[in-house]
Design a protein around this ligand. Structure first.
Ligand SMILES: Nc1ncnc2c1ncn2[C@@H]1O[C@H](COP(=O)(O)OP(=O)(O)OP(=O)(O)O)[C@@H](O)[C@H]1O
Ligand SMILES: [Mg+2]
Length: 272
């Protein structure tokens, strides 16, 4: 593997965030490599969503730096994060119930064609492209693609929301906040397959989840937050549920900050 391939696409260093007197994040580091899925786990209120919202420009950090492909970036708002190729799909995502799946996928990014010099919506084109995206890239079939989102199941809605993120062709980092939280067993299985298909060479995936089963199935590395601090980072293949649970509840601690070596990829140089 070349040095370049080993360099993280995303590095967050020393991220801190307080809300008034409440310290939601304290000096948290995060590295993400191209092609990997990094899971972020931790108890309610551990700071997972806050960390992600800093990355998507929803919150401004009080301290810390963010580097993308080695370059320091500032993410003052949502638009800046999208322009940097960062997309997030949240639980209870905002699909518009009385639009179809293709209309939801292209909402705000409609494809237009010209009729006698007048731009009109290319509904056929959006329909075809959305169907191909959902089927070929995500492996999801909706049955009738023209039905309202209102009629879609939780898993189908989630897939449409991911499709919507992926039409931004520049997306390099995709964040999934609890993608299976509201799904039944069969839909969860299908969603895990969707996420599995997304794991590729280019994109880095971050998945927040309370479901350790899902995490152990999909994640390459697992990052544990506890009370706003980094409790530990582990390579999935080299850890156990018990160890991760210990990190979540604080029974295991990485002590004096020695999370770097445990958190690096196999074969990667140990950070100083
Ligand atoms: N906008 C806000 N204003 C005030 N406090 C906030 C705000 N957002 C988050 N917090 C607080 O920051 C802490 C971390 O919250 P966060 O949402 O990041 O937790 P989480 O790890 O995502 O939890 P969960 O698993 O329940 O989603 C919590 O104590 C929360 O109450
Ligand atoms: Mg959260």
């Amino acid at each position: 593997m070349t040095e370049e391939a080993r360099a993280p696409i995303l590095e967050m260093r020393g991220m801190s965030k307080h809300f008034g007197g409440l310290q939601a994040l304290k000096g948290v580091d995060l590295s993400l490599y191209a092609g990997e899925l990094l899971a972020i786990v931790g108890d309610n209120g551990a700071g997972k969503s806050t960390l992600i919202k800093i990355l998507t420009g929803v919150y401004a950090a009080n301290e810390g730096t963010i580097h993308l492909r080695g370059q320091q970036v500032h993410i003052p708002n949502r638009r800046a994060s999208i322009e940097l190729g960062i997309e997030a799909v949240y639980q209870n995502l905002a699909l518009v119930d009385y639009l179809t799946a293709p209309q939801n996928v292209y909402l705000g990014n409609e494809i237009k064609r010209s009729v006698l010099g007048i731009p009109v919506l290319d509904n056929g084109g959006m329909r075809r492209r959305a169907a191909t995206l959902l089927k070929d890239r995500l492996g999801i079939s909706l049955g009738d693609i023209d039905q309202y989102a209102y009629n879609l199941s939780g898993g189908q809605r989630q897939a449409v929301a991911i499709g919507r993120a992926l039409i931004q062709e520049t997306v390099k980092i995709l964040i999934l906040d609890e993608p299976t939280a509201a799904l039944g067993p069969e839909e969860t299985r299908r969603m895990l397959e969707v996420v599995h298909r997304l794991k590729g060479k280019e994109m880095g995936l971050i998945m927040i989840s309370h479901q350790l089963e899902d995490v152990f199935e999909l994640a390459d590395r697992i990052m544990v937050l506890r009370n706003g601090r980094l409790s530990g980072v582990r390579t999935t293949a080299k850890t156990s549920r018990q160890e991760i649970l210990g990190l979540i509840v604080g029974a295991i601690s990485d002590g004096d900050g020695d999370v770097g070596s445990a958190g690096t990829r196999p074969g990667a140089p140990v950070s100083p």
